[in-house]
Design a binder for this molecule. Structure first.
Ligand SMILES: C[C@@H](O)[C@H](NC(=O)OP(=O)(O)OC[C@H]1O[C@@H](n2cnc3c(N)ncnc32)[C@H](O)[C@@H]1O)C(=O)O
Ligand SMILES: Nc1ncnc2c1ncn2[C@@H]1O[C@H](COP(=O)(O)OP(=O)(O)OP(=O)(O)O)[C@@H](O)[C@H]1O
Ligand SMILES: [Fe+2]
Length: 571
């Protein structure tokens, strides 16, 4: 099968021919280069209307010269997300070409194409995918017939966050490669570990935010900090955040493969950090060649072929473009297989006497070999992360160790079951904690409506005390093995149920004090995200969780949660 792909969501007018038999891809691209500032939608659309016919013609001519008039079996196009005026031109071109050639039309989600090209090239079966492009930044994992958004930016896309700084400095678009070059100059000009500016580092579970860091970088420039130093620090912070959330996604799902996609993935430093993180945890990592990372029609044609082979084509009358097309809206017709969270199947976490490793820390259980010993303790060490700058690494490990020791105890005072903290060795980022529960909630999720209701009540009590957990995933809740779903609560609004006694919240390293409804709602959003990413039937669990929250907590927080989801770029 041969597929002609067309891409033009924002800046890159591109056409490609994918030959599935030989697995070869020919790409013709013509980029839009703004004279000044960022991408202007109208100018970009004008560029598309000139350049799309040219690149399509070039590819079609080559295809027909080699394979004759029936060279093309299907036409695939980027249906979204992207700029409406650009997408409309691409859509019109694709429909008319499919009509002229009398072949089926395939409507491709651009972000899923960024993911699938990495999976295709690596041969990985079930990877977590990190998409780092201009307008987007998110983690995707296959679960129950869709690519779920495991985590994402709460505001700007990663490329846009970097480009915002370069516009402020007066550099032309795109800024990413210039920041990379300046950061390299800074690193090469230093002998020892380079100084690092203190910039905002914002990670909440597997979600993250860039708006603060762009503004802080702009302010540093206005204050006269050398631009190379800012570029270096910006990269170190932003890419460490992306690497950290990727590690969390691997840890939460139990996956051992990571693929990278999107224009920012052309950056060597980002690739180096991700490769280092994966090597340290024994996971495999793949980043495609640059021509498949930046926007290109090759990835559209490759996914288009998989979809066409699965019969997933679209009648012209239903082929409208969608500027807000989310990756989790796409039914994944071209692959089958297990959930990415297969490593977290029920029972997989039963071995309580084994030492574990989370995303951040290693956990040693002492004494080992006596599963029922009442005096079991856990020694949690936040190990240095080779991938991040030593200064940033030290700060994060220290601050989180202090926060965890303090807030684990404060949470208990607020009526939440948490481990006792026996010792905090801050210089070594090591805590000694009481052993709690029998297994992670992640391994006991399905059918556990009572357990998630208890988590809802816990978060409400925390919030009431002005504390957010910051990372309340199903891996950070420990549950009792004896509990079954038939144990119902006592019914008292604030009462403790039998399940509560045996359910504990752990891992308060990202916890902090705040009374803001928005921060409280984010906690709920993170928990629900982890349930959706791993449960077989998430809806009853989410409902029970919210009911649990509502019995103790503030309705404003649940209202705000609806807002966060509506605002969410993808959910
Ligand atoms: C929806 C679609 O139109 C959009 N496309 C897009 O953002 O173009 P993409 O080619 O994936 O990424 C462009 C971004 O990639 C950044 N970039 C390119 N080379 C870079 C480098 N070496 N280091 C850092 N960023 C880089 C640019 O600064 C720019 O922000 C998307 O995929 O979100
Ligand atoms: N107090 C405890 N009692 C029993 N088990 C524990 C305790 N603390 C940690 N564990 C186990 O160790 C695992 C990792 O611990 P923790 O979540 O604190 O580390 P982490 O590296 O921050 O993990 P992540 O970032 O992946 O959530 C937990 O999922 C749990 O299975
Ligand atoms: Fe893109």
């Amino acid at each position: 099968m041969r597929v002609l792909g067309i891409e033009g969501t924002a800046w890159c007018a591109s056409a490609a021919l994918y030959d599935a038999e030989t697995d070869s891809v020919l790409i013709e691209s013509n980029p839009y280069e703004p004279d000044s500032g960022g991408i202007h939608p109208r100018e970009a659309a004008e560029h598309m209307s000139e350049a799309i016919p040219e690149v399509v013609d070039a590819v079609l001519t080559t295809a027909e010269a080699e394979h004759g008039p029936d060279a093309i079996d299907a036409v695939a196009f980027s249906r979204g997300p992207g700029l409406g005026p650009c997408l409309r031109i691409v859509g019109t071109a694709a429909r008319s070409l499919a009509g002229t050639l009398d072949v089926p039309l395939v409507g491709v989600n651009h972000m899923v194409a960024h993911l699938e090209i990495g999976r295709h090239q690596s041969g990985f079966e079930n990877p977590v995918c990190l998409n780092t492009s201009g307008a987007n930044a998110h983690l995707l994992g296959y679960h129950d017939g869709r690519y779920r958004v495991l985590g994402e930016t709460m505001d700007a896309g990663v490329g846009n966050a970097i480009d915002k700084f370069t516009r402020h400095v007066g550099w032309d678009h795109p800024g990413g490669p210039k920041v990379e070059a300046a950061a390299r100059r800074y690193a090469e000009g230093n002998d020892g570990p380079e100084d690092l500016l203190d910039l905002p580092y914002v990670v909440k579970g597997m979600d993250f935010s860039f708006s603060g860091i762009s503004s802080a970088a702009n302010d540093a420039y206005d204050d006269g900090v050398p631009v190379e130093e800012i570029c270096f620090s910006l990269q170190e912070h932003v890419f460490a955040m992306l690497t950290e959330v990727s590690e969390r996604a691997l840890s939460l799902t139990g996956a051992d493969e990571l693929v990278l996609g999107g224009g920012v993935a052309q950056n060597d430093r980002l690739r180096e950090m991700l490769a280092s993180m994966c090597a340290a945890r024994g996971a495999r990592f793949h980043a495609p060649d640059s021509r498949f990372l930046r926007d290109n029609a090759g990835m559209i044609a490759v996914l288009g072929a998989k979809m066409a082979q699965a019969g997933d084509t679209v009648p012209i009358s239903e082929s409208a473009i969608d500027p807000n097309f989310r990756p989790d809206q796409v039914p994944v017709t071209w692959r089958s297989g297990e959930s990415v969270a297969r490593g977290r199947a029920p029972g997989s976490d039963d071995k309580t006497d084994a030492d574990r490793r989370g995303a951040e820390a290693t956990v040693e259980i002492v004494p080992s070999g006596e599963p029922d010993a009442a005096d079991r303790r856990v020694i949690k060490r936040r190990v240095p992360k080779e991938y991040r700058h030593p200064g940033l690494d030290r700060t994060l490990r220290r601050d989180r160790t202090v926060a965890e020791a303090r807030l684990t105890s404060e949470a208990r005072q607020a009526g939440v079951t948490t481990p006792l903290v026996y010792d905090a060795d801050v210089p070594n980022a090591t805590l000694t904690l009481q052993y709690v529960g029998d297994r992670d909630l992640a391994a006991a999720l399905d059918g556990g409506t009572e357990r998630v209701a208890a988590v809802g009540r816990y978060l409400a009590r925390l919030h009431d005390a002005g504390i957010v957990h910051g990372d309340p995933t199903t891996r950070n809740v420990r549950v009792g093995v004896g509990d079954s779903d038939t144990q119902t609560g006592d019914g008292e609004a604030n009462g403790t149920t039998a399940v509560d006694d045996r359910t504990a919240l752990i891992d308060f390293g990202l916890a902090y004090h705040t009374g803001h409804v928005e921060d409280h709602a984010m906690d709920l959003h993170v928990f629900e995200g982890s349930v959706r990413a791993t449960a077989i039937d998430p809806d009853p669990l989410i409902e029970a969780f919210e009911d649990g929250y509502a019995t103790v907590g503030d309705d404003d927080v649940l209202d705000r949660l609806r807002d966060v989801e509506g605002r969410g770029r993808y959910r």
